[in-house]
Design a protein. Sequence first.
Length: 122
Amino acid sequence: LTKMGALKWDDVVNHHQGWRLVTCIWLHAGIIHLAANMISLVFIGIRLEQQFGFVRIGIIYLVSGFGGSVLSSLFIRNNISVGASGALFGLLGAMLSELITNWSIYTNKYLMIHASRISIRY
């Protein structure tokens, strides 16, 4: 994974490989890790993309993934890091923000809360 672009603090700081802060978002530690991230992306991403469009969601995904990579490299310096969890949590934050902003228009509020809980759990 390191040869393919996994996030490693030492490589980013000492070897000037800042591109690893972005490439690690598209690498995964195994098929189960990939499947879990893609299932989460389907549940969260489709709904948000229908509401906000491809470009806005793409920007949120990239910025959140980059931010997650920066935080991961700061707090986990001795291990490599891969996966889209930072990007997915950014999308989940956007979904929560949209839910809070438009709370009054939802008729089935308990369904929305339950769907958000399921997304956070997985």
